[in-house]
Design a protein around this ligand. Structure first.
Ligand SMILES: Cc1ncc(COP(=O)(O)O)c(C=O)c1O
Length: 456
């Protein structure tokens, strides 16, 4: 056990703060990291140690940790109108401008935006919108939400129910009516001898079966991340969205793209749905929306859902939903600047990094215990296996991905263990030299941990 010095930042953190999603035995053994400042893609701890954050914070800090233009946009707005809501027919000019911009950059010809403080709340808001408009349209039974195993949609009660992770059982979730289909991960879930095309067809057949079993008129939506992020960076199997979308359309079930991670460039296009060539009925956005500088989420409804929600609201004279800080003017001012930066430079920088990133990731797949290197755009994962030919995972008790991530942290690289995988999603501002640093440190950590495991 590492005991932090009395009254150190680390001791004070442990005394009075809870961490989210933190392996408590590991943290007790290793100690915490308390950060003080950032510079480009680096963050610094209270001891002055520098870390290259290969996870962009939590996928969001794509402009790094010191872009003065974003901070200046915030400061200017704090000076002008430092806070306001979007209730009772009032909202700030920045909120108006951001909605216009979001619809303009969305794949929709027209649409409307509703703001939240997080991606989880955006998913909750979407579900309430659908329940609300279905009831108003005389279909109160149309409540079920389809998602996939391994999907991550958030932590509030509804978005955790949408999330397809086994750990939510500790809360007694999911709520009834939240159904999880098979994760479309061909490498892991493909059957013996099954081609990728056959696997995709099986995913589509499963969807047909679930709709037939549950009744199409009980299903409010199918919600999917274009690339599953917190599930371990899992791109869908080839042709997945092209196979499922016609089925959903045939049954009148909206397809919602949860773009909290993919949105604003991560996949190499503005939206993940563009990378995978499908047109959703609504988009869930957060994270890069403000480049990580402000807690904000948004539900962007395409024309059909926007019209139906408007009509349903007129019927009862309001949409009774909203958060105190929905459409906060400072958040909106930051988001407008963040989108401007994405459009004028960050997306281009991201695209320029993708070939080197993909090559670096694939090169590490040669390591003896890496079963799969996968990803899309500037997000990737390496999945560790005990035995490569049979894809047998390491026993969970060995905490292999945590050991790799901890070894990286020791060497000044932050990357994230997710299941048996190590995930990379660096800021878009990375230089070639910083990319080399990232892969060099990760490669060394993989070598060290796998050698220890093989020797044990
Ligand atoms: C795809 C996706 N949806 C929703 C969320 C939840 O967002 P938040 O953590 O802001 O509530 C996340 C968070 O990582 C996410 O990756």
């Amino acid at each position: 056990m590492s005991t932090p010095a009395p009254n150190s930042w680390e001791a004070r953190a442990e005394a009075h703060s809870f961490y989210g999603f933190t392996d408590l035995p590991t943290i007790a053994a290793r100690g915490t990291v308390v950060l003080t400042h950032g510079d480009g893609p680096y963050v610094f701890d209270t001891n002055g140690k520098r870390y290259l954050d290969a996870n962009s914070g939590l996928w969001n800090m794509v402009a790094g940790f010191s872009d003065a233009r974003l901070a200046e946009a915030a400061k200017a707005q704090y000076d002008r109108l430092p806070g306001y809501h979007a209730f009772f027919g009032r909202m700030s000019d920045q909120t108006v401008a951001l909605s216009e911009k979001l619809v303009e950059v969305s794949p929709f010809p027209r649409g409307k935006v509703f703001y939240t403080n997080s991606g989880s709340e955006a998913n909750d808001t979407l579900v309430k919108m659908l329940w609300f408009l279905n009831r108003a349209e005389g279909q109160p039974q149309r409540t079920k939400i389809l998602t996939r195993v391994n999907a991550y949609h958030g932590v509030t009660v509804v978005s955790a129910s949408m999330t397809g992770k086994p750990y939510n059982a500790v809360f007694g979730l999911p709520l009834p009516g939240f159904l999880h289909l098979t994760c479309p991960h061909y490498w892991r879930n493909g059957a013996e001898g099954e081609t990728e095309a056959q696997f995709t067809a099986r995913m589509a057949a499963e969807l047909e079966d679930v709709i037939a079993r549950e009744g199409a008129d009980t299903i409010a939506a199918f919600v999917a991340e274009p690339v599953m992020g917190a599930g371990g960076v899992i791109p869908p199997s080839d042709g997945y969205f092209q196979a499922i979308h016609p089925i959903l359309k045939k049954h009148g079930i909206p397809l919602i793209s949860d773009e909290v991670i993919c949105g604003f460039g991560r996949t190499g296009e503005m939206w993940g749905c563009e990378s995978y060539d499908f047109m959703p009925d609504a988009i869930i956005s957060s994270k890069v929306l403000t480049a990580g500088l402000f807690p904000m989420g948004a539900v962007i409804l395409g024309p059909d859902l926007a019209d139906r929600l408007t009509a349903a609201s007129e019927a009862i004279e309001e949409f009774p939903h909203g958060f105190t800080a929905s459409g906060h003017p400072v958040g909106c001012a930051i988001a407008l600047k963040a989108i401007e930066l994405v459009e004028t430079e960050l997306l281009e920088q991201c695209r320029a990094l993708i070939p080197g990133f993909t090559a670096g990731l694939n090169a590490l797949a040669d390591q003896p215990h890496i079963g799969e290197a996968r990803g899309r755009g500037l997000m990737g994962a390496l999945e560790a296996v005990a035995d490569k030919p049979t894809k047998t995972p390491f026993p969970g008790t060995l905490s292999v991905s945590e050991r790799i991530a901890n070894t990286c942290t020791d060497h000044g690289l932050i990357c994230r263990p997710l299941g048996q995988s190590i995930v990379l999603c660096p800021p878009f501002i990375l230089t070639e030299a910083q990319m080399d640093e990232m892969f060099g440190k990760l490669s060394a950590a993989l070598g060290q941990v796998f050698a220890e495991l093989d020797a044990a």
